[in-house]
Each structure stands twice: as C-alpha cells, then as structure tokens.
Design a protein around this ligand. Structure first.
Ligand SMILES: Cc1ncc(C[n+]2csc(CCOP(=O)(O)OP(=O)(O)O)c2C)c(N)n1
Length: 682
C-alpha cells in the first residue's frame, strides 16, 4: 500500500535518522571513528538505496547490478548503517565496529556478499575505482548491448575532491562522456582539521562543468531535492553527473542542553561523547533510545522490506530478460560468462615467436600483439607512452576509447599514472575485463597508492613497466629506476588477506622469459602483477639444458647455466643482468677454470613459495653466491644469503649513454668477472 505523500516524507526522514543513529552509535561504542560525515550523508544514502540503486538483495554479486563506490572510507559507518537496513549487517556486526575480525572494519574493505564494492580509505582512490568500473561497463555494453548495462553511483567528499587524482579521474570521465555515472559530492564545508574555506576557493561546479560534467547543486539533506537530482542524473546519458549536495556535518547532533550542535570540525573524527556534543541528547533528539541505540525502527524495517521486495521483482525481471537474451545469443552469452568467470581462451604461447636478442619491452609488444587477437576482454592503457612502453603492439590491432565509442580496447589515459592505475583497478573490480596499464618504471612511484589498495583487494591488474634500469641513460637520474624494484619485492613479501603474496613482480631476462612472464600475469587472476621490461636489447639466455621455460619462470628462479659438479660460485640476477652474468661466467670459466652456475630469478616472491627442496637445489646456502642488480643491492639481498654479496646501484644515476653508464657503474661482463673473483678471494 502506498503511503500518503506526507507520511512517506516523514518515513524517509526517519530512515535517514536511523542511519544517523546507527552511525553515531557505532563510533560511540568503538570509541573511535567518524560520526559527523555519515550523519550528513545519511539522507542521500537512504534515498539512493531505497529508490534508485538496482540490486538483488538475495544476490549481491549479480553481475549487472548498479554499483556504489564509496570514496570517503572514513564514512564507513554510514555505509554499514545503510546496508544494515537491507539486512546485510546485523546489529551485532555494527556494535563490533572497528573490532578484531568484525565485518565492520574502520575503513570498508571489499565484501561483495554484503554490498561493499571497494576498499576505501586513502581519499581519492574510491571515486576513481568507480569511474574505472563505469569504463568497464561501457566496454562490455559496446560488445553485448543493453543486457549488461547498469549505472554507477559514487560518493565523494571534500577530501576526495581535493586529492589530485580527482583531476585525472574527472577529466577522463568527462572526456569519455560517461553518462552512466552519478557522483554525489558531500559538500559539508568541513574537513578533518579545518574548514574547506581555509584550503580552497575553487568553484567546484565550474571545474567539473569544464570537464564536461553535468552538475547540479542542491541541499544535500533535502530528500525531495536528492530525489529530483537523482532522477535527472539517471536520465542523463551523455555526460557524467555530479550532484553537489550541500550537507551539514553532524546533521542532527545536539549538545548537553539539547540544542543543535552541527557543522563543527570536531564532529568529523571523534565520538560525539568526546566532543562538546552529547551522544544521548543527539539520539533522543532523533527519537531513539540512547541506552539501546543499535535498533532499526520498525517502520523503517517495514519500508526496507518493501524496498527489498521491489528490488527482487525488478532484478527477477532483468534476469529473465537476460536469460531470454542468452538463449537467443548462446555464443555471446558463453563469451560473456567466460569473461566474468575469468576463463582465458586457449592461447598457444609457443606460437609467439620472439626475435633473438631484443629488448624485453619489444618482446612484450610481440606478446601483446598476439593477445590482441585472442583475449577479447583485455583493456590496455598507457599514460601517454604507448610507443615507448610498447603497448602499441596491442594498439595497432585495435582503436582507442572515445566518447560514445568503446568498441576498441585501448585506453589512452594521458599523463596521469595514478589515475590510470586506479581506473584500471576499478575496471578489475567491475569484473568481466582484464586491465593492463603501462608507463616507465621510474613512474611506478606515481602509481604506488593505487597498487597497494589493488593488492589489498586482490584484483587482477597487470602493470607494465618499461625502461627498467639506469640504462635509460641519457634521460638522466629522474628517469632511472634504482630503488623501485626493491619496493615491489617488499609488496611481494607482504601477504594479502588470503595469505598470498600481495603482488607478483616479474623482471624477465630475455624474450622467452617475457613470453613466460606474460603467461603468468594473465593466469594470475587473484593478485596484481607487475611486469618489468628493459629499454635496451639483451642477449638471449642459453636455453640448453633448461626445461620448459614457462615452468621454470613460474618457479620464480631457475638454473640457466650449470656445471656437472659442485659450483665454485653461484651467480644470480634478474632482467638484463642475467645476460651480463652469463658473459661474466664464460670469462671466468675460460680464464680461471671456475665451475659456475647462473640463476635467473624473475620473481623472488614466487621463488620463496616453492618447496624448500627446490629452493635449496637452486640456491644452496653453502656455496658462495653473488648477485648483480641494476637496482639497489637490497633488491637481491634475500637471494644471495648472508655470506653472499650483491653488486647494485646505491645512488641515483647520471645522464650518459647507457653503454657509458654500464662501464662507469661496473656493469660490464669483464668488470663483473673481476668483482666475482675479488668476492671469492675474501
Ligand atoms: C589520502 C588521504 N589523506 C588523508 C587522509 C586522512 N583524512 C581522512 S578524512 C580527511 C578529510 C576529510 O574531509 P572530508 O572529505 O570533507 O570528510 P568529512 O569531514 O566531511 O567527513 C582526511 C584528511 C585520508 N584518509 N586519505
């Protein structure tokens, strides 16, 4: 039965108040957290979830659901409170906010069962994930049509708008005309330690309009205004929409006297009871029971039962339409299913012919060119370096994304590495696509915050980094990666929540290893992978006696060159330094009659996951081991053991042709041979 309009309005407000009360109670009970933002945003959340967002309450994983991405992770209580109204959290879950192993961590972590689409906390990333997801939706819609279409809703706050990534994400969304996006900007004029006016005087509406967004400014606590704005934005299909909701920080908060105490900086990040506000008076003011605040008001519960019933009916109708389509289009439906279920097409990796002695970035290009014909759901991106990072091997076979045309599979991100990484992560979160993004290795520093959260969320994003060493030479020290690989090896070591290495980082040594590394990257669908490629040509490694290259690279480290008896020394490296060590070994064998084993170790993280027996077979700890890396010596320290030695770079490079740098920095085979002899004499 439909309620009369007036009653509906009151009920709507009651539901928002319910979210406010739950949010305040969570923070109060945990004695830590952020009550003010959630209390201001509750009105939008209620209207969105009860009237606009399409989802199936019985199947939160439904592939074609509308997506909701929260940028402001500190407002987690608001999201948990809203999702509690649809039954995805119990009152006990909420009461355990921020506690050990509770499903309600301080900042939300991806949990599709409960409706959490993304991990958020580092401001700015969450909304870029949403925009990435919207790109994935357009990509799939261009191939499968209406049945896969859905909307993407995003929630951003002042902090997210101020983070620089919003410039890249906003530019891209406007440029690509992503009309499937509606972003609510919770503009409450207050941030963590200051008022917004203290840090900016920009006209945010004009800024987004300049990027081709459709912008509406409303009273963000007025339910009818929110409703009308959402209606208008959902109808807009040519441009992304921004609703600037002027909200009140700590809406409905009261002080000890029972007077409203709203819009204060101190309400941002501490329990009401620890501020000049009163938790009890605040809850009472909204009609709740301060002694028992973890409650869903019965009328609100009934309203959400209706919401769920309506959602079920709608989802069922949409699923039936999908089934009809699938029956009429079995081939397309199978393909779509394989995309979402991460089934790869059969790829004949041996058919990929690598030219001898080439740069691994070129070898990567050869692989990409092959994959462009085979892996139809790969999206490759580059931050304006496609002809240098050699993703152009893929680009030559497809076209770039354009407004209204997502039939191609290449995303020119522009010079925006962090944005590109976060968008790629969002594409992965959406599902159905395999995102790849590329730039120079030195600029992986610009991507690190997104890589970290991507790793935490266990998403398959393939990062391609070329120009992997000081051998970018003439470009000077700014472009010469030195400590970057060591950082990635740390991320490999860091375990994700599933107990796996949070990243797979591979630095292949030649063309064959490059093909094998790409295979591993594509098959590794539960963590990000970093592929690190050289700019300069590299001599191929000897393959004599090496079993299947795919398998050996897959073990993280393997023997490239051996000796019948116990070696006098083991040489270990990855990337182009392996070929240098092979040449050094040849000198030492010939001139000094040494017995030498050379090990290529494209991924220490992967190697450490092998059996102890394998690890000791490849790198026994009773034989002197010498490592060489173009990065910081610590890159290889773990592999050479405590008696070993590593030759690496412990300083920024200098500008000069790379052959000169090789000489000056001690990276020629002759120099390596001398250093190894000196090491053995110690
Ligand atoms: C990248 C990043 N920097 C800093 C923070 C710490 N932080 C959390 S919230 C916040 C500012 C919040 O202001 P706003 O976005 O307006 O949220 P509100 O105060 O309205 O809750 C800051 C600086 C963060 N979470 N992420």
């Amino acid at each position: 039965m439909e309620l009369p309009t007036e009653q509906k309005k009151n009920l709507s407000l009651q539901a928002a108040d319910n979210i406010r009360m739950l949010s305040a109670a969570m923070v109060e009970k945990a004695n830590s957290g952020h009550p003010g933002g959630p209390m201001g945003g509750a009105d939008f959340m209620h209207v969105l979830y009860s009237e606009f967002l399409n989802f199936d309450p019985d199947d939160m994983h439904w592939r074609y659901r509308d997506r909701f991405y929260l940028d402001a992770g500190h407002m987690s209580a608001m999201l948990y409170g809203t999702l509690a109204l649809i039954g995805n959290y119990s009152m006990e879950d909420l009461a355990n906010f921020r506690q050990w192993k509770s499903p309600t961590p301080g900042h939300p972590e991806i949990d599709l069962d409960r409706g959490i689409e993304n991990t958020s906390g580092p401001l700015g990333l969450g909304h870029a994930f949403g925009i990435g997801a919207a790109i994935a939706e357009r990509f799939l819609a261009a191939r499968f049509g209406k049945v896969v279409e859905h909307k993407t809703f995003i929630y951003i706050s002042d902090g997210g708008v101020q983070e620089e990534i919003s410039q890249g994400a906003g530019r891209i969304a406007g440029h690509l005309g992503l009309g499937n996006i509606t972003m609510f900007y919770d503009a409450n004029d207050i941030q963590l330690s200051s008022e917004v006016d203290d840090v900016t005087s920009e006209d945010t509406a004009k800024k987004y309009e300049a990027w081709n967004w459709h912008v509406i400014t409303i009273d963000g606590n007025d339910h009818d205004a929110i409703r009308n704005a959402l209606k208008e934005c959902v109808a807009e299909t040519e441009r992304p929409s921004l609703i600037i909701g002027k909200t009140v920080m700590g809406k409905s908060v009261r002080d000890d006297e029972g007077q409203l105490y709203e819009g204060k900086v101190e309400l941002h990040g501490k329990p009401l009871g620890k501020s000049s506000a009163s938790f009890e008076k605040t809850i009472e003011g909204m009609g709740g029971d301060p002694a028992n605040p973890f409650q869903i008001i019965s009328e609100v519960a009934a309203l959400y039962e209706e919401v769920k019933a309506r959602q079920r009916t709608k989802a069922t109708a949409q699923k039936t339409a999908f089934e009809n389509w699938a029956q009429a289009n079995p081939e397309a439906a199978n393909k779509l299913d394989s995309f979402f279920s991460k089934k790869l097409p059969s790829i004949d990796w041996r058919a990929i012919e690598q030219k001898p002695d080439q740069a691994t970035r070129n070898a990567s290009s050869t692989v990409l060119s092959h994959l462009a014909d085979k892996v139809e759901n790969m999206i490759v991106a580059s931050a304006d370096l496609s002809n240098s990072d050699k993703t152009d091997g893929f680009l030559k076979k497809t076209t770039i994304f354009k407004k209204g045309d997502f039939s191609g599979a290449f995303f020119q991100a522009g010079v925006a590495e962090l944005t590109m990484s976060a968008l790629a992560t969002g594409m992965a979160l959406h599902g159905g696509v395999i995102p790849v993004c590329a730039t120079f290795f030195a600029f992986s520093d610009y991507m690190k915050p997104a890589i970290r959260v991507c790793a935490l969320m266990e998403q398959q994003v393939i990062f391609v980094w070329t120009h992997d060493a000081f051998r970018v030479g003439e470009d000077g020290p700014t472009h010469q990666p030195v400590e970057q690989e060591a950082q990635l090896r740390l991320l490999e070591e860091l375990q994700n929540h599933s107990g796996n290495n949070s990243l797979l980082a591979l630095r292949p040594a030649d063309g064959n290893e490059t093909t094998a590394s790409w295979k591993l990257a594509l098959e590794n669908n539960n963590t990000p992978t970093g592929l690190i490629f050289s700019r300069q040509n590299i001599k191929d490694l000897p393959t004599e006696g090496v079993p299947d290259i795919g398998q050996t690279v897959g073990k993280g480290a393997y023997q490239v060159m051996g000796t019948e008896s116990t070696p006098d020394v083991i040489l270990v490296a990855n990337g182009s330094e392996v070929a240098t060590l092979v040449d050094a070994a040849k000198i030492l064998i010939q001139k000094n009659n040494l017995k030498i084993k050379v090990v290529s170790a494209p991924s220490e993280g992967l190697f450490r996951k092998q059996s102890i027996a394998y690890q000791t077979e490849i790198l026994p700890d009773n034989i002197p081991t010498y490592g060489m890396t173009a990065g910081l010596p610590s890159t290889l320290r773990g592999l050479v053991g405590k008696h070993g030695e590593v030759w690496g770079l412990n300083h920024f490079g200098y500008s000069a042709p790379y052959t000169v740098l090789d000489e000056k920095f001690g990276f020629t085979p002759t120099q390596a041979a001398e250093k190894i002899l000196a090491f053995l004499k110690k």
